[in-house]
Design a protein around this ligand. Structure first.
Ligand SMILES: Nc1ncnc2c1ncn2[C@@H]1O[C@H](COP(=O)(O)OP(=O)(O)OP(=O)(O)O)[C@@H](O)[C@H]1O
Length: 251
């Protein structure tokens, strides 16, 4: 698996607090990578470094390198707006815009300068199909996004993120606020799209990591304890701390 994202000797501090410690990680392209570990181990912090969402948190300091397809994303010439088009994000709580279903998905492509109705219609349809929502909303596109269920809203947010054709989709516990059926739908769609996009997901649910990811990274206290192919990590972990965690002895 070819890496698309690489971190080298990455350290992150919140003021004096050392939240990520010497993280060296390769994220494979067009595959799903899951970050697992107990609460507070740094999973979301690392996820946010991958599209510079941490820039918005005062007192954050970074050392080391994060590269995307060979580009240093913390380089002074890197435009954060264009980085975020390449690296989209879906959060824990669905956060659709207070607009119609159609306008939620068309928003990003419009910002990119796409104006033609036919082209926008096609992008909206394709994105909603990729997010496994099209069949449910194709006749409701002018309706408010707020009329959808939580699970549908989350799939709409995934469609919105995919509409700008990102290279990478970051998912920060994107199913933890959803019921089991909605969760299963999103897991299914991750399995469908991971061959086309690079997915990096934070999950509290080890079973979810085992079900949908190709690579799993186990964190503890801001450090990567073990990163391996998912099957290997869950069947024959190398580190006894990984084994203790996946067998439920802590966390
Ligand atoms: N904005 C912040 N300012 C200061 N400390 C923070 C901030 N965000 C996170 N931290 C601290 O950094 C550490 C890592 O937090 P992070 O949210 O990345 O962990 P996590 O593994 O994603 O946890 P969880 O699974 O509970 O979401 C924690 O000790 C947390 O308290």
């Amino acid at each position: 698996m070819q890496p698309i994202i690489r971190t080298e000797n990455l350290d992150l501090y919140y003021e004096q607090f050392h939240a990520l410690k010497n993280v060296n990680l390769d994220i494979p392209e067009k595959a799903a990578t899951a970050f697992i570990g107990p609460s507070g181990c740094g999973k979301s912090t690392l996820l946010r470094t991958l599209n510079r969402m941490n820039d918005q948190i005062a007192g954050t300091r970074i050392e080391g390198l994060v590269s995307l397809a060979g580009d240093d994303i913390y380089d002074k010439n890197m435009e954060v707006e264009s980085l975020r088009k390449r690296v989209g994000m879906v959060f824990q709580q669905p956060n659709p815009f207070p607009k119609s279903i159609y306008e939620n998905v068309a928003y990003g492509p419009r910002l990119k300068g796409i104006r033609g109705k036919k082209e926008l219609d096609e992008i909206v349809e394709e994105s909603l199909k990729q997010a496994a929502l099209w069949d449910e909303v194709k006749d409701l596109q002018k309706h408010s996004a707020f009329g959808l269920s939580g699970g549908q809203q989350q799939r709409l947010c995934i469609a919105r993120a995919l509409a700008v054709k990102p290279d990478v989709l970051l998912m920060d516990e994107s199913t933890s606020a959803l019921d089991p059926i909605s969760t299963a739908k999103i897991e299914e769609l991750i399995r469908e799209i991971k061959h086309r996009y690079t997915i990096v997901m934070v999950t509290h649910n080890m079973h979810q990591a085992a079900r949908v990811s190709d690579k799993t990274v186990f964190f503890l206290n801001g450090e990567v304890v073990e990163a391996a192919e998912t099957k290997t990590l869950f069947s024959t972990p190398e580190d006894s701390r990984t084994e203790d965690y996946i067998s439920g002895r802590f966390g």
